[in-house]
Design a protein around this ligand. Structure first.
Ligand SMILES: Nc1nc2c(c(=O)[nH]1)N=C([C@H](O)[C@@H](O)CO)CN2
Length: 117
């Protein structure tokens, strides 16, 4: 399966369940595996046929910073819906990590897969 990948996309936003978390920005790190047939883009060497990782990154950053969110699960679902609905990605794996969220762990996170090939 061909994929387009994004690793460690950093999004600073208001995220968390506690009152103190609603008053500051925290960084989320996003990894994306997006199923995409890359053969057409390669054969034509045409951007038109590519899934643009820059456009995707910009859109997801805008989406996730629009409103405060409590759970990283919600972030993952929002991202999966957006990629399927707006970018026609047939299958996606989304990993959302929240570094420094708890003491004694470097990071915590969730992973979801949505769609089918
Ligand atoms: N499964 C989850 N557990 C927790 C979340 C979350 O988003 N998903 N969030 C918190 C707090 O916001 C935490 O990050 C603050 O340290 C706790 N558990």
């Amino acid at each position: 399966m061909d994929k387009v990948l994004i690793r460690q996309l950093a999004i600073e936003t208001i995220i968390g369940i506690y009152e103190w978390e609603k008053k500051l920005h925290q960084t989320l790190l996003i990894d994306l595996d997006m199923a995409w047939d890359n053969r057409l883009a390669a054969a034509s060497d045409s951007y038109e046929n590519a899934l643009c990782y820059e456009t995707v990154s910009n859109r997801l950053t805008a989406l996730i910073t629009e409103n405060p969110i409590e759970l990283i699960e919600t972030v993952a679902e929002m991202i999966a819906h957006c990629l399927q609905d707006e970018f026609n990605v047939p299958w996606v794996k989304v990993v959302v990590m929240k570094p420094g969220a708890i003491p004694h762990a470097v990071s915590v996170g969730v992973e979801i897969e949505r769609g089918s090939i």
